[in-house]
Ligand binder design. Structure first.
Ligand code: ZN
Ligand code: ZN
Length: 617
């Protein structure tokens, strides 16, 4: 899930800004820097101007040249002083993420575009800097008659699990509504009597207790004969201020063992932003830094299901390809190289294809085209998401255009925790005829935050490898207390079948898959029929009914539809209901101007003209 906390802390560090000369030697330099940062932080965030942001970065860099720890110490103490989080959370975040941010600032050319790029992609303060990554190189032109194969009529069940986020320190009965980014643990200052006691099965502000995932796996055989599972990333919990190498390796080892014992067929995983410790930070060849420990650990965990060549590939790249059956291939991408909270990316902003992953993807797809294979691409952060850098996303989009619909059958992502999708189009208009591929964004297992836990079963044709139905299952977590009282377990049940729910609006032949063209027509119905759109909105929040309203007549429905048609992030409209919700719920004084920043960032200057909407937004 995209989580804003690191950006807030980053802001603390970078808004430390103004170009400041070093303190006179006879003064306490640390105190002087903190005073300066306090003043500048408040001013920079309240002005929310692009120029002020870039100036802030330059100032932070100049102080960091003198002494990085001055900036980090000041950011940590100001985070606590402004009551953004308890002091342990502040210091944990600043000292784990901050050094990478500062190293990237030191490597960047802030006044030649890198500053604006950072302020746009990481903070949403500057206008879009534009896509400059150009076109990838393809070994062969697209075949003239590039069409998808016929369907066999035989279908199998494929399980999609995403965002497992198990919390191995979950404490039943602990505070479920705390002041930290994640609750349901015994923190040092936890109240003796919780306002909302954590249930045995989870809470809306917490990650999954171990029992929740185990119970889910126990339930799955009741509704699906699983041929194989795709797992789109994010195993560790959201204790992002505590996560390190050791903590994530332990929790990942345990989770993959749980899946191995709970699922009798193979699991094909991919690497999420939370897999790293600290989270989100995946060094590139250009940035330097070592994450081989993670790739080696994942390779060990995944060797339960992957052949030796794929395991070796994971060790080297965190990505792999595997052919579960002749004619069909899964490519598991490491999209942390486009994640906007991967602060390693900002020191080398012209490195448009970090670690050559796009080029690697092209090589795999070309081999698949030559061999007549059908391909699924799985990854964690979806290239459609606004927290995937626009330059990387635009390259990826061209790859999908080149190899769809004849090679790429479907794409599957996670990360948002919500039940969503994203459409890809050929060159030209966003139309029914031109829709060429679907990105399925799977619901999370974790209820974090304000969502019901869930999973999905796809009905898949064994020749075309297209999806004929997507059946999403959830448990109503608001009933957890009654399950506890009765000594029962979660009420897993079918939330909806996509074919039935949306087929009511856009009829579909029994022999036809849920194609991108069909989904495009569904979004066209959403434009005109609010009841249909509201159905989507409820499913998007996994029927927890705890997401903010998306009322007809507001900008929200149109922006949401725009995003469904935005397979590349530069086309997205940037609806951020999470921020609206926070704005509405948070009654604290706006000491730092942060709330204003959140509000402002909702009006990001995304390109709304590219949505293909028939209504103005
Ligand atoms: Zn997640
Ligand atoms: Zn994620």
């Amino acid at each position: 899930m995209r989580i804003r906390i690191p950006v807030v802390i980053l802001s603390l560090a970078v808004a430390s800004s103004v170009y400041a000369a070093p303190a006179p030697v006879h003064l306490d330099k640390r105190g002087w820097v903190t005073d300066k940062l306090r003043d500048l932080f408040s001013k920079a965030l309240k002005s929310l101007e692009c120029g002020a942001c870039v100036t802030a970065l330059v100032g932070a860099k100049d102080i960091a040249i003198l002494n990085k720890s001055w900036v980090l110490d000041a950011a940590s103490s100001l985070c606590t002083e402004f009551k953004l989080f308890p002091s342990d959370v502040c210091s944990g975040l600043v000292y784990s993420q901050g050094p990478v941010i500062l190293d990237s600032l030191l490597a960047a050319n802030l006044l030649s575009g890198d500053g604006k790029y950072f302020c746009f992609q990481a903070l949403g303060v500057c206008p879009a800097t534009g896509v400059t990554s150009g076109s990838p190189t393809f070994p062969k032109p697209k075949p003239a008659n590039a069409v998808a194969p016929a369907h066999s009529g035989n279908q199998i069940d494929v399980l999609h699990l995403s965002d497992w986020h198990v919390d191995d320190h979950y404490v039943v009965g602990s505070e479920g509504d705390c002041n930290r980014p994640m609750c349901c643990r015994n923190y040092a200052d936890s109240p003796l009597t919780p306002k909302r006691a954590a249930s045995t099965w989870g809470d809306y502000k917490c990650d999954s207790p171990i029992k929740l995932g185990q119970d889910l796996l126990k339930y799955v055989p009741n509704v699906a004969n699983v041929n194989f599972t795709i797992l789109t990333g994010d195993i560790p919990p959201h204790d992002i201020w505590l996560q390190n190498k050791d903590s994530v390796v332990i929790v990942e080892d345990v989770a993959y063992s749980t899946m191995k014992s709970g699922l009798s067929s193979k699991v094909y995983p991919t690497v999420g932003n939370h897999e790293a410790g600290p989270p989100d930070l995946f060094p590139t060849k250009a940035s330097g830094g070592d994450i081989s420990w993670l790739y080696s650990s994942l390779a060990d965990d995944w060797s339960r299901w992957l052949p030796a060549d794929a395991v070796n590939s994971v060790k080297n790249y965190g990505a792999y390809t595997v052919s579960p059956t002749p004619g069909f291939r899964i490519i598991s991408l490491n999209t942390n190289f486009c994640y906007t909270k991967n602060f390693y990316l900002y020191g080398h902003t012209k490195d448009y294809d970090p670690n050559g992953e796009i080029q690697w993807l092209i090589t795999q797809l070309q081999a698949a085209e030559d061999a007549g294979e059908r391909v699924w691409i799985i990854s964690h952060v979806g290239p459609s998401m606004t927290d995937c850098t626009q330059n990387w996303s635009a390259l990826y989009y061209q790859v999908i255009q080149r190899y769809s619909p004849h090679v790429v059958a479907e794409q599957f992502f996670g990360h948002t925790h919500r039940d969503e999708f994203a459409l890809y189009y050929g060159p030209g208009a966003k139309s029914t005829q031109n829709a060429i591929s679907t990105g399925w964004i799977g619901p999370s297992v974790t209820p974090f935050t304000d969502l019901n836990p869930g999973f999905r079963v796809y009905k898949v044709d064994t020749k075309s490898w297209n999806v004929f139905d997507a059946q999403t299952y959830v448990a109503d977590l608001d009933q957890a207390a009654t399950w506890d009282a009765a000594g029962g377990s979660p009420n897993w049940h079918l939330e909806y079948s996509a074919r039935q729910a949306y087929g009511a609006y856009v009829p579909i032949a029994e022999t036809a898959p849920l194609s991108a063209s069909w989904w495009h027509n569904v979004t066209t119905v959403f434009e005109k029929n609010d009841a249909a759109f509201q159905k989507y909105w409820t499913y998007r929040g996994k029927s927890a009914n705890r997401q903010p309203a998306c009322a007809a007549g507001s900008a929200c429905p149109a922006e949401t539809i725009c995003n469904l048609r935005a397979g590349k992030s530069s086309d997205a409209c940037g609806t951020t209901p999470f921020l609206s919700k926070r704005e509405a719920e948070d009654n604290e004084d706006d000491v730092t101007g942060l709330h204003s920043m959140y509000k402002r960032s909702e009006a990001r200057p995304w390109n709304k003209k590219l949505c293909g909407l028939s209504v103005e937004i």
